[in-house]
Design a protein around this ligand. Sequence first.
Ligand code: NI
Length: 141
Amino acid sequence: MPQVHVTKRYRFCAAHRLHTDQLSTEENWTAFGKCNNANGHGHNYVVLVTVESGTAMGGCDLGRLDQVVRENIVERFDHFDLNCDPAFANLTTTGENLVKVIWDILEPILPSGGLHKVGVIETRDNYFEYAGVTSTRRGTE
Ligand code: NI
């Protein structure tokens, strides 16, 4: 069924370093280049959260969406080192993993079926997008 979606934009600034203990020093450098620099670096991340429009049919109230994203994403990551976040204890802090982590945090909190897609802009030219499995919870509102 055709459906209107709404996307809201959020921002946070965070540090990270692309590194995995699974690889040697040389292999990390080969895989990640300067993003493996031991001192880390930062990004002004933009998070695009797309939900079903309207509060019926599992859609999200946008005021509630703002609150959920602010409390669970922005406050959690803004001005932190992503490598120190428990979600990345066993994950490299790539944009691919970050966008999935954000989906996995938001999806269970938002109304069932309400979350449609999450996007993360990491740099001017890098955009990551993820639409994971939507749960079919009932009565969690
Ligand atoms: Ni980076």
